[in-house]
Design a protein around this ligand. Structure first.
Ligand code: HEM
Length: 456
């Protein structure tokens, strides 16, 4: 059965053993293998696109903004449109593109579908990339922004709806089985993405008709960011964590009964924060995060050794540090809500979340699963992975601490630390891109030889 062989090839790619296939198995005429190849090519395109957004419109602009802020020693000294261009490129251009690509790649497999129309995935890519690019330019160069801003938001929403229709309309050929809780978490996160895109569309039209610049007003931006970070990306990471990490880290069995309450606390927190009840919302977000950590059992002794053959063996340590940053982000959010207008604490909380948690999780889990999904390859350099994670975590620690000290006027020397933190994070992000591109340039682990070698 082609499907069985395919599953076997993916399992072996994930286990990083050299695989030997006979000529029959290698046949590219096999429809399942041909489909796998097309899906891998599609995923590589999405991932490379996400890396481009991450590097230039995202991180490079973020570093530029931070260096300007610290040289002027004033958080509000640069254009809000430039800050929002950076944020949108990171959340939607990088993380969103990764998620859409992985969604197109993996959902048909999970449902064991046979025919799969790839045209919708390519159309989504074109619309999404155009939308996110137009959005970035309309924030940076406000040329015809009253047209460009709503146009970009419309393109992003249409791209999402095609994605949603593609993944929701296919039915499994097998009898229906109850969905596992982690799938609910991923579905809820997808609805969080939908809500973010709807808010983005409404606000873009509102600005185009009545606004004076392409930047969202500060308060709306704060509320909107709650939805697009805690309401979309955080539960998406929890869903993937619940799916993969018990196996990859050898954790004790998932506490499924806690996963859905974690999601409920989180969504209630997002709704309250969106309604400007930042303190109550912040408490619920933190309770949700603690509950998710308890559900996935990150900080309990592992039941089995971690499976780290394809990545650096420090992988489980960095996952735990990333979840530590999630809790810090939640706690700082509560502190910021109590303090009121406190740009340093809000900024520290957001950076702890976006870099300490989100970027670190993508760096860890991405390098564990993407090489095998993208054509059954093995990560180019586990050592580079360690170096980039150390750089990312050092940069993030320096940034969060010095942003609070500098922006809140607690210590003026901290302004000098901010550019250092930015350069450390830039180096980490660049190494992440290099490691993935180097991985995609490697040949697949599958080579011709006896099929018997494919079994473990
Ligand atoms: C080298 C790494 C990075 C640097 C230097 C950087 C810099 C900045 C700066 C200076 C701000 C303005 C607010 C503030 O002063 O705190 C900001 C905001 C933001 N950043 Fe970053 N950032 C980086 C990485 C990231 C990453 C990886 C993400 C997401 C995955 C991200 C998402 C955001 C978001 C959402 C905002 C808020 C935008 C808004 O106000 O609408 N950043 N960043």
């Amino acid at each position: 059965m082609p499907w069985v062989r395919l599953k076997e090839r993916r399992r072996i790619a994930l286990s990083n053993r050299p695989v030997w296939l006979d000529d029959k198995t290698k046949s590219i005429t096999d429809p399942a293998i041909a489909r796998e190849t097309s899906l891998s090519r599609l995923l590589v395109t999405y991932i490379v696109t996400g890396l481009v957004f991450m590097l230039l419109p995202g991180t490079f602009l973020g570093v530029w903004n931070l260096i300007n802020i610290s040289s002027r020693e004033a958080a509000e000294s640069i254009s809000p449109a430039w800050i929002q261009a950076h944020g949108h490129a990171q959340l939607f251009g990088w993380v969103g593109t990764f998620i859409l690509g992985i969604g197109f790649y993996s959902i048909p497999k999970l449902r064991k579908r046979k025919p799969f129309a790839l045209w919708s995935a390519w159309l989504t890519w074109v619309l999404w990339v155009t939308g996110v690019t137009v959005r970035w330019f309309s924030n940076i160069y406000p040329w015809h922004w009253r047209i460009a801003l709503p146009l970009s938001a419309t393109l992003e929403l249409v791209a999402f709806l095609i994605f949603f229709q593609a993944v929701a309309s296919h039915r499994s050929s097998r009898p229906p089985t109850p969905l596992e809780p982690w799938i609910f978490v991923v579905i809820a996160a997808t609805l969080g993405l939908f809500a973010s895109l709807l808010l983005n569309l409404g606000a873009s039209f509102q600005l185009a008709l009545n606004g004076g610049s392409p930047a969202f007003p500060h308060l709306f931006d704060q509320r909107y960011l709650m939805v697009s970070t805690w309401g979309f990306i955080v539960p998406m990471v929890w869903g993937f964590s619940a799916r993969w990490l018990p196996v990859f880290m050898g954790l004790r069995p998932l506490r499924n009964s806690l996963l859905l309450p974690a999601l409920a606390f989180n969504f209630l927190g997002v709704i309250l924060a969106f309604l400007e009840h930042f303190f109550a919302g912040g408490i619920l977000l933190l309770v949700g995060a603690v509950t998710a950590v308890a559900a996935i059992r990150f900080f309990e002794p592992a039941a089995k050794p971690a499976k780290t053959v394809t990545v650096h063996r420090s992988f489980p340590v960095f996952i735990r540090i990333a979840y530590g940053w999630l809790l810090i982000a939640g706690a700082l959010g509560i502190w910021a809500a109590v303090t009121g207008a406190a740009p340093g604490i809000w900024g520290g909380s957001r950076h702890a979340l976006t870099v300490g948690f989100i970027a670190a999780m993508i760096f860890c889990v991405g390098q564990r699963i993407l090489p095998s999904f993208c054509g059954m390859r093995v990560l180019w350099s586990p050592t580079l992975m360690l170096v980039m994670l150390v750089l990312l975590m050092s940069g993030c620690t320096l940034r969060v601490v010095s942003e609070i000290l500098a922006y809140q006027n607690y210590a003026t020397w901290a302004w000098n630390i901010l550019p250092v933190s930015a350069l450390l994070e830039l180096a980490a992000v660049a190494l992440f891109a290099v490691n993935l591109i180097g991985t995609f340039a490697r040949p697949p682990v599958v080579v011709a030889s006896p099929l018997t070698m494919t079994t473990e």
